[in-house]
Ligand binder design. Structure first.
Ligand code: FAD
Length: 385
């Protein structure tokens, strides 16, 4: 057998697809292999908020690089990127304090943001409740994508404009280095050979290296999501993040007052029990995506998270959302849960099996934001460029 590709990426989610994208840009022959008819993992199940503003400094840098990459691709080919900015809405004095501090951090990082008064928030976000909002912090550079279509459009672009080979319905169950290169075997007994392999398997831990994943500190989060029916004559621009997000997102951990404010929170509150914070994003069809909750299990026990949607969680999220924005209608057309993997102790799972086989997963809740920028840098490391 001889080497057919310089790189094969296993996993057609956002992390795998952007590793393939940058390798193509580096001039390599690349194949992307996906086990399903179409990828349907976390990359399809999410909000599509690209929000470097919510990340810690390290991932904000990757997120800002991602923004450039998304915009550059969108300027050539429609992959559903819309630049409407992101806003954090503070609902009390503590949250106002935190957005003011985050504004200062971002000023020092040369990342554009604007404090909005209560009235400016009310003018910009229709239906926003005057008894909820106190002030806002707006990031004009940030974008949204349509999670249910973006990755398919991007892969189409990569096939037709960049020479990607995309192999769908191909579950890889073995991966081994040999004198000829790295040999991959599929469940259907096909073999593929590449000089290098990058495995971006998301939260699928049974097909390849199961023992490694079972012993790792990877965990899986299950997130409940809701989508209203399309809202008639109503526009909610960009990503809308609210008070509970200000109290949850990593970016705010770097604010001087964060620790003291967190220390005053009730550890037994309903939002803590289910890991709920409230986010809104209007999809291109006018519907509004609402969420989300977080429940966790170790990677080896992810089935314990179950397949039910807990209606108590959904009802709580709708009740909380209603306190923030009076949408024209709260009729729900879709409910689902998504799952992603993350590490308990590090920001991403990276394991080099040998010099030519690399596993990268566990990007957590930051994959739509960070993957494009992170994988560009990671490819440079992997290919020693
Ligand atoms: C509900 C929800 C909301 C979120 N909202 C946001 C958001 O607004 N902004 C944000 O930045 N992030 C968000 N995230 C996080 C983001 O969606 C994830 O970080 C990201 O999609 C992970 O991408 P991935 O490629 O690692 O995994 P996945 O998308 O799960 O892709 C992994 C792929 O690998 C394939 N695969 C696995 N093993 C094999 C194998 N052996 N052979 C072949 N194929 C294989 C799988 O079929 C799958 O398609 C959210 C996540 C969820 C669940």
């Amino acid at each position: 057998m001889k080497i057919e590709y310089d790189l094969i990426v296993i996993g057609g989610g956002v992390l795998g697809t952007f590793h393939a994208y940058h390798a193509l840009q580096m001039g390599f022959r690349v194949a992307l292999i996906e086990k399903d008819k179409k990828p349907q993992g976390a990359t399809i199940q999410n909000f599509g908020q690209v929000v470097p503003s919510g990340m810690d400094s390290k991932w904000q840098t990757y997120g800002r690089s991602s923004l450039k990459i998304y915009k550059e691709i969108q300027s050539k080919f429609d992959i559903s990127v819309r630049q409407n900015g992101s806003v954090y809405l503070a609902s009390n004095e503590e949250e106002v304090q935190l957005i003011e501090e985050l504004r200062q951090i971002n000023q020092a990082n040369a990342y554009e943001s604007h404090l909005l008064t209560k009235q400016q928030c009310l003018d910009k976000y229709p239906g926003l409740r005057s008894d909820y909002v106190k002030a806002g912090l707006f990031f004009p550079e940030e974008v949204t994508v349509e999670p249910r279509t973006m990755i398919y459009k991007l892969q189409d672009y990569m096939i037709h404009q960049m020479g990607l080979t995309l192999l769908l319905n191909t579950s890889i169950i073995n991966c081994e280095s040999s004198s000829e290169g790295v040999v991959l075997s599929s469940a259907a007994h096909e073999e593929f050979v590449a000089a290098k392999v990058i495995i971006c398997n998301g939260n699928e831990f049974k097909n390849l290296y199961p023992a490694l994943f079972n012993e790792s500190d990877l965990e899986v989060s299950k997130l409940q999501m809701l989508q209203t029916k399309p809202q008639a004559n109503y526009k909610l621009p960009g990503s809308v993040l609210t008070g509970l997000s200000i109290r949850r997102y990593e970016a705010f951990y770097e604010c001087p007052s964060f620790k003291a404010i967190k220390a005053k929170e009730d550890p037994n509150s309903t939002e803590k029990k289910w890991g709920v914070h409230i986010l809104f994003k209007q999809a291109a069809d006018g519907s509004v995506i609402l969420g989300d909750s977080h429940q966790y299990a170790d990677a080896r026990n992810q089935e314990d998270l179950g397949f039910d949607l807990d209606m108590d969680i959904d009802n709580f999220m709708i009740a909380e959302a209603r306190k923030i924005i009076d949408l024209p209608n709260y009729e729900i057309q879709n409910r689902w849960y998504g799952r992603y993997s993350q590490c308990k102790t590090t920001d991403i799972f990276e394991k080099t099996i040998d010099t030519n086989i690399h596993i990268i997963t566990g990007i957590g809740g930051k994959g739509m934001t960070g993957s494009a920028g992170f994988s560009k840098e990671n490819n440079i490391k992997i290919f020693n460029r």
